[in-house]
Design a protein. Sequence first.
Length: 124
Amino acid sequence: MNYENLNLSGVDLTNQNLTRADLRDADLSGADLRHANLTSADLSGADLTGANLSGANLTGANLSGADLTDVVMDEATLIGADLSYANLTGANMTYLDLSGVDLTGASRTYFDLTGRNLSGATLY
């Protein structure tokens, strides 16, 4: 599925199967992606500002350079995801397993990593 550069702001994608979807540079600001399957999806450079990804499966997803400002990702699965150089300012991410996640160069202002599983994660 190719959604590269599309404006999907505010769209309801709850429970959608977006496995391996190409969402590079897409505008997903304010989108509802609760419980969506985004396994191995390419979200590099995407605007996810204020999106709700609670319960979403982002295993192996590429979120490098994505804007995740004020995103809600409670109980999302991010194992092995690439969040390098992503903007995580104000992100609400509780009860996460960040095993193997790449956070190299990611902006984490007001982002609390307390109590999260970071085994195998790259932080810098």
